[in-house]
Design a protein around this ligand. Structure first.
Ligand code: ACO
Length: 339
């Protein structure tokens, strides 16, 4: 066991931050692998054997990221047993905001009636939810805010190239939310490790639609506004980065993998999770997995899985839980929480 680093010691001297409620929302429409075979040359067998994904959810006509996020937020507030007017800050992690501005968090504020909250979005792709959890924790431990609503939400089907079989089979829409607050009793977020490598931005990215290549330009035919991914490179970095983040967060918390009751990883690919389980020497039963039903919902993925783990009793009070994520940027992070 390593000695906790100064950052962790600093956290220990401040008030602890607990997740006091979780929620999630998935759109009703199910898109199966069989349906995708009508769009691109693929098969259910290829998708399941390479990824573990059987189906994913797709937003209804007119449904946007803030609609998913607001539904997940309502569920989290109910689960926490608090009113929307008690929320001091709303952070939405997303790469598919309703608009560039206002922030999706502002739309959520309006939809749920959290009139006392400050609002902003965080962009860290699939790692966004844990980045936002860490930001929330900083605001609470510093006594700036008491109650923070963190949401991971993405409508990835709005940025999928439906002619690209390398990517279109992987993604879906969904949102998850958590309410954070100091609860007393010492339980809560124990350690978080975050990292980024902008040098690898070109293995997983959306080139168009921003200030570099504005949405309406002559390059639209190249589908620059859709996800581009070097799958094998992404896979390799996902495994090594998530393992590294997990090990660092565990070391900060002074815990070993066998101390964990539940591991909630980013839901991109079952084989990535199996590789991590193998290297951490933790049985697969301890990993929360729902990617077979939802695919990769980016910032929503780990948040939805956290809510499912909470609602199905996977975590008991006092259990150690590891959340670990990876996404475009590249970005990656891990948090150890005592439930
Ligand atoms: N159906 C059938 N064949 C396909 C499909 C498909 N949907 N997609 C690719 N293929 C083909 C390829 O064209 C290739 O054919 P070729 O050999 O003739 O060129 C063949 O299948 C094998 O492709 P590989 O790239 O070797 O397949 P691999 O086993 O690496 O699996 C996958 C591909 C699933 C994309 C994998 O690399 C992966 O999961 N990577 C990580 C993805 C990830 O985590 N992304 C999300 C990050 S989070 C975020 O920020 C969005």
């Amino acid at each position: 066991m390593s000695t906790p680093n100064p950052r962790t010691r600093a956290q220990q001297s401040k008030r602890t931050v607990s997740i006091i409620g979780t929620g999630s929302y998935l759109p009703e429409r199910v898109l199966t692998n069989a349906e995708l075979t009508k769009l691109v040359e693929t098969s259910d067998e290829w998708i399941v054997s390479r990824t573990g994904i059987k189906e994913r959810r797709v937003c209804a006509e007119g449904e946007a990221t803030s609609d998913l996020a607001a539904n997940a937020a309502q569920a989290a507030l109910e689960n926490a047993g608090i009113g929307a007017d008690e929320v001091d800050l709303i952070i939405v992690a997303t790469v598919t905001p309703d608009m560039f501005f206002p922030s999706t968090a502002c739309f959520v504020q309006q939809k749920i009636g959290a009139k006392n909250a400050a609002c902003f979005d965080v962009s860290a792709a699939c790692a966004g939810f844990l980045y936002a959890i860490e930001i929330a924790q900083q605001f609470i431990t510093s006594h700036t805010y008491d109650t923070v609503l963190v949401i991971g939400a993405d409508k990835l089907t709005s940025i999928v190239d439906w002619t690209d079989r390398n990517t279109c089979v992987l993604f879906g829409d969904g949102a998850g939310a958590a309410v954070l607050r100091h609860r007393g009793g010492g339980h809560g977020v124990i350690s978080t490790f975050m990292a980024s490598d902008g040098g690898l931005s070109d293995i997983l990215y959306i080139p168009g639609g921003g200030s570099r290549f504005p949405a309406v330009d002559e390059k639209t035919g190249e589908r620059l506004n859709c996800i581009k991914m070097a799958g094998k490179e992404t896979y390799k970095h996902a495994v090594t980065s998530m393992l590294d983040a997990a090990n660092k967060a565990l070391a900060d918390a002074n815990l070993d993998p066998e101390d964990l009751a539940c591991i909630i990883p980013h839901q991109a690919n079952l084989r990535i999770i199996e590789a991590i389980a193998d290297r951490m020497k933790v049985p697969m039963e301890r990993f929360m997995i729902n990617l077979d039903r939802y695919g990769n919902t980016s910032a929503g993925a780990v948040a939805i899985a956290l809510d499912e783990a909470n609602r199905t009793g996977r975590m008991k009070v006092g259990d150690y839980v590891l959340l670990v994520v990876f996404g475009g940027g590249l970005t990656w992070a891990a948090s150890v929480i005592q439930w």
